[in-house]
Design a protein around this ligand. Structure first.
Ligand SMILES: *[C@@H]1O[C@H](CO)[C@@H](O)[C@H](O)[C@H]1NC(C)=O
Ligand SMILES: *[C@@H]1O[C@H](CO)[C@@H](O)[C@H](O)[C@H]1NC(C)=O
Ligand SMILES: *[C@@H]1O[C@H](CO)[C@@H](O)[C@H](O)[C@H]1NC(C)=O
Ligand SMILES: *[C@@H]1O[C@H](CO)[C@@H](O)[C@H](O)[C@H]1NC(C)=O
Length: 525
């Protein structure tokens, strides 16, 4: 058991218990440790809060009922939003999946992690570098059980060297990348079509348990149910062991192709996307139900958010950015501002907040909540406990937007400072749709430099429509933002890319490695 310096009061408390106890429960040994944990959990229920991080895929700012969507169905997320804290200005560090997740896990901007440009493919040989410290590794230092269910997308690599079990997770159950990177077979039961022909150049979707490939192709119609029971079991097992835990539940929903079990197929008036979201919401409800059944709902910090904006190229099946401009892949608001809800009965500041916060902030905030030491590296996140517990703003008054294909020669695309956002560069991106009604979002909108940068007041102009940069009134704001940008970039260290030119089909997960014809032959049956 590790006792942190800032928890010295608790330490004294234990010492007192040790002193008065005739059976020496404070001696070494497994039993003694378990006793200590039980005592702590019993007398000080929030001494070691559990952490549940739920992460949706490509769920846009406008997709949840709590954010105004009129026909989505998500009663469990509604409840979390109504009884928790809903963020209206919450950002991800990058507008696509892999780099966004690298920053979520490390609290560090994309260049520092080397997880750029773009995303990992099944044949990528790289991964989140092993000397980066993940939230799971931070929580391991204070004795947490750590489990990941679902999508990882931070590398598999040779002999699975980048799997979650190598990055601080005791347990893993899931597909380590996006499910459109494998041939789609069945998305809906019974034998309803997938609305998309997935990538057939790769092996069938692989399902891992820890480091072992256990199912290929993965059955999507039963996947959510299995993920959910895995998550519930992880919670109940940890409670049984009297261990605090970190559950990271990373859904494939609502990334294209949409899929759902029979129970959710055709149940919403929003079509395939709505069905998939309804199934995600059901999983959220099941996790919350398990927390209640285990009697730990009041001792668990729950956070729900998404990895990036909606994938507008998939039209009806791609989600909604609501009032925000463009979507996934772009540094406009629709690419990086996402839904986010914090929940912790009796602890949290209930309501809505427009204070700035980001996924970079979760690592330092979680570390602060549990009293774990931060890794000795530059952390770009800030502790947002003041927002969550007191409704007061944090130290964050800036945010830096890095593009999907970011590179050192260009640096940050845009800078947010208080209510203002300055775009030094803009570009459309294929994920936001070739035929987007807004020409700026399309991939045909090539990288453009703006000097002066386009300037928007996001508090007054949510949709980035009215450029203020030519108005002399804003000259001092522009120079202030420029100063912030220069200072920030002077301290940015670009790690060598883990993605560029690092591919080898032999690393693709395959149940019968070496078989022919590859990749179709890869199958666990
Ligand atoms: C990890 O190792 C690389 C290569 O040796 C080094 O450049 C980098 O600074 C290290 N990063 C951390 C966070 O230790
Ligand atoms: C769902 O609706 C579609 C379109 O109406 C229909 O083709 C399909 O058979 C339905 N699927 C189920 C499982 O009811
Ligand atoms: C959890 O906290 C709520 C709100 O403070 C309270 O009403 C409820 O009784 C608590 N539940 C338990 C099991 O302590
Ligand atoms: C943190 O890292 C710096 C630079 O690498 C090093 O000089 C310092 O000793 C480290 N501090 C601790 C507490 O490990």
């Amino acid at each position: 058991m590790i006792i942190q310096a800032n928890q010295s009061k608790m330490f004294l408390f234990i010492l007192t218990i040790c002193a008065v106890n005739t059976v020496n429960v404070c001696s070494q040994g497994k039993f003694a440790k378990k006793m200590q944990t039980l005592i702590l959990l019993h007398f000080v229920p929030d001494y070691w809060p559990n952490i549940v991080l739920m992460f949706a895929d490509d769920l846009g700012y406008g997709d949840l009922p709590a954010y105004g969507h009129p026909t989505s169905y998500a009663p469990n997320l509604d409840r979390l939003a109504n009884q928790g804290l809903l963020f209206t200005q919450f950002y991800v560090a990058n507008p696509v999946c892999t780099p966004s997740r690298a920053s979520l896990m490390t609290g560090r901007h994309v260049p520092r992690t080397g997880v750029y440009p773009g995303v990992f493919y099944p044949s990528s040989t790289g991964g989140l570098p092993l000397n980066e410290t993940t939230i799971a590794e931070v929580l391991k230092t204070v004795g947490y059980n750590t489990g990941l269910v679902g999508k990882w997308h931070l590398g598999v690599g040779k002999q699975g060297m980048y799997l979650p079990t190598k990055q601080g997770f005791d347990e893993y159950y899931g597909i380590p990348y996006t499910h459109d990177m494998c041939p789609c077979v069945t998305c809906f039961y019974p034998k309803d079509p997938c609305y998309y022909s997935c990538d057939t150049q790769f092996v069938s979707c692989p399902l891992f348990k820890d480091d072992t490939l256990i199912e290929q192709p993965t059955d999507f119609v039963t996947l959510s149910e299995r993920y959910t029971s895995q998550a519930r079991n992880f919670i109940s097992k940890s409670v049984h062991e009297a261990k605090p835990f970190f559950l990271y539940f990373a859904f494939h929903h609502t990334h294209n192709p949409q899929f759902a079990s029979k129970k959710f197929r055709n149940t919403t008036i929003r079509g395939a996307f709505g069905d998939s979201l309804a199934e995600l919401d059901w999983s959220v409800g099941e996790v919350m139900q398990q927390l209640r059944e285990s009697g730990i709902e009041n001792n668990t910090f729950v956070f729900f958010t998404s990895d990036n904006g909606p994938c507008l190229v998939h039209l009806l099946n791609g989600g909604s950015a609501g009032p925000l401009k463009c979507g996934k892949g772009t540094t406009y608001e629709g690419g990086q501002r996402v839904p986010a809800i914090a929940y912790w009965p009796s602890r949290i500041q209930v309501g809505r907040t427009s204070h700035l916060a980001t996924t970079l902030d979760l690592l330092p905030t979680i570390a602060s909540i549990v009293g774990a030491p931060l890794p000795n590296v530059t952390i770009d996140g800030v502790d947002i406990s003041s927002i969550i517990f007191k409704g007061e703003k944090s130290n964050r008054n800036t945010f830096f937007y890095y593009a999907t294909y970011c590179k050192p020669e260009i640096g940050v695309y845009a800078v947010r400072y208080e209510q203002f956002k300055a775009h030094y560069y803009t570009a459309g991106e294929s994920n936001s749709g070739r035929n987007n009604h807004d020409l700026d979002c399309r991939p045909s909108a090539k990288e453009t430099v703006h000097s002066p940068p386009l300037l928007y007041n996001l508090n007054e102009d949510l949709s980035e429509q009215y450029d203020l940069s030519k108005d002399p009134k804003y000259a001092s704001i522009l120079s202030k933002i420029y100063e912030i940008k220069v200072k920030f970039e002077a301290n940015m260290i670009w790690r060598e890319s883990e993605i560029k030119n690092k591919k080898d089909p032999s690393v693709e997960p395959c149940c019968n490695a070496g078989c022919t014809p590859f990749p179709e032959c890869c199958s666990c049956t």
